[in-house]
Write a protein that binds this ligand. Structure first.
Ligand code: IFM
Length: 447
């Protein structure tokens, strides 16, 4: 039984999910359409034509899912709130039936002894806001702050810490630059105003949450970027990619300024999106914690096609997940140390808000997931031993779920298998492994 980590007092063990990936019930109790409902309905947008219309039916089955969390012994549960469930058109009158779902969920978590840890935006923008330009429209940031205020006023008496946004890099690049996620725009670098407006939304919402005495985090999926060789052209391409993927989403919040993206030909004002005073609005509230979603490092080479700013290169000789992502656990330790080097005293405590891997359904007994989590926790413990302040670990994910453009069946990230025909939940070997790890750590903590 694993009991090997020396962790700080108060370290939280958790699991994470997101609304559109598990809730289903997209047409119930007054929920409005989200960009993902509309995008998934487009032929060819999602593998096998799947949608999140039912997903894990968590909207109805949340008591069973909370029982599974309790069985794991979780300290905390990270979930996201569906903005269109609460404000069906993104602003205006509150849908009390939608809000009531999150009341029930939070109360049931608290009854189970699990701290609710919500994310306000995990990519399911109300379609009505998208129709007005979505995150390309500065106004969306102000609507987000209003929505954050509604949620804080309703749940802030029971929910102490909040995440504003999940992975604004992924939402900007896949949703607005490449079009492989909702809302399916293909603007390439001209998508970057969407990044700025999300960061502005974070800043405005963070102020509102702080005014109500609540803690605020922002979750980014950061990746250590390695140049493919010692060639200066590869190093320059890697630096440019690091600025785009990592620093664009952390420098404004932690340092109050944007990184230099001129190597990519991006203007300093991000195509006119940055207005005077915006960087203060983003940075001034401060962050009580940085949420880190970690999956893999990225290797970058100078572009072979002059139309592109960089090439992605595989990392050979390491295992790869079912998604084809390289498994390099020590890259997590390296990333954490490099965050300290880059941000010094401006770096707040870190919570790992996602870490996990997809494993194909036929793989029994789920050993690759156990190996993945175990090796990443070793790397995390090593970083803690080197003085990095880490407050918790939330594995992605509690349940197999709707994996965005990959649909329902091909990328299974859950500790619990979900049969999407019957909705039967079956804990995998990784569930038992994580449960035993948490229990052993509790015993160790008490000694
Ligand atoms: O499923 C996603 C999640 O929504 C955001 N982070 C990465 C996960 C795996 O792709």
């Amino acid at each position: 039984m694993p009991d090997r980590y020396d962790l700080p007092t108060g370290f939280r063990w958790g699991a994470a999910t997101a609304a559109y990936q598990i809730e289903g019930a997209v047409n119930e109790d007054g929920r409005g359409p989200s960009v993902w409902d509309v995008f998934a309905a487009r032929p060819g947008a999602v593998r096998d034509g799947h949608t999140g219309a039912v997903a894990c039916d968590h909207y109805h089955r949340y008591p069973e899912d909370i029982a599974l969390m309790k069985g794991l012994g979780l300290d905390g549960y990270r979930f996201s709130i569906a903005w269109p469930r609460v404000l069906p058109t993104g602003s205006g009158p509150v849908n009390t039936a939608g809000l009531a779902f999150y009341d029930r969920l939070v109360d049931a978590l608290l009854d189970a002894g699990i701290t609710p840890f919500p994310t306000l935006f995990h990519w399911d923008l109300p379609q009505a806001l998208e129709d007005g330009g979505g995150w390309l429209n500065r106004d969306t940031a102000y609507r987000f702050a209003e929505y954050a205020t509604v949620m804080a006023d309703r749940l802030g008496d029971r929910v102490p810490a909040w995440i504003t946004l999940n992975e604004p890099f992924v939402h900007t690049v896949f949703g607005y630059a490449l079009g492989t996620h909702a809302p399916g725009r293909t603007l390439m670098l001209e998508a970057l105003p969407a990044a700025h407006h999300q960061l502005l939304a974070h800043g405005l919402a963070a102020s509102a949450l702080h005014e109500r005495g609540l803690e605020v985090m922002l979750s980014n999926n950061l990746t250590p970027v390695q140049p493919a060789s010692a060639d200066p052209a590869d190093a320059a391409a890697a630096e440019a990619y690091d600025a785009l993927h990592n620093r664009l989403f952390t420098d404004p919040v932690l340092l109050g300024r944007y990184p230099d993206l001129s190597a990519l030909g991006v203007p300093d004002d991000l195509y006119g999106a940055i207005h005077p005073g915006d960087t203060d609005l983003i940075a001034a509230p401060g962050l009580d914690g940085l949420g880190l979603n970690f999956y893999n490092p990225t290797r970058i080479a100078a572009p072979t096609d002059p139309g592109l700013p960089f090439d992605f290169v595989d990392i050979p000789d390491v295992p790869h997940t079912a998604f084809g992502w390289p498994v390099v656990p020590d890259a997590l330790r390296q990333l954490l140390l490099s965050l300290r080097d880059t941000y010094g005293k401006s770096l707040p405590p870190i919570t790992i808000t996602e870490n996990g891997c997809s494993v194909t359904e036929s793989t029994t007994p789920d050993q690759p997931r156990i190996d993945f989590m175990s090796a990443h926790l070793d790397a995390l413990a090593a970083a803690i031993a080197e003085g990095i302040d880490i407050r918790g670990y939330y594995t992605w994910s509690l349940l197999d779920n709707f994996e965005w453009a990959e649909g329902l069946f091909s990328q299974r990230f859950g500790l619990v298998h979900v049969d999407f025909e019957t909705q039967r939940r079956t804990p995998k070997a990784s569930y038992a492994w994580y449960r035993d790890l948490i229990a052993a750590q509790r015993v160790r903590r008490a000694q």
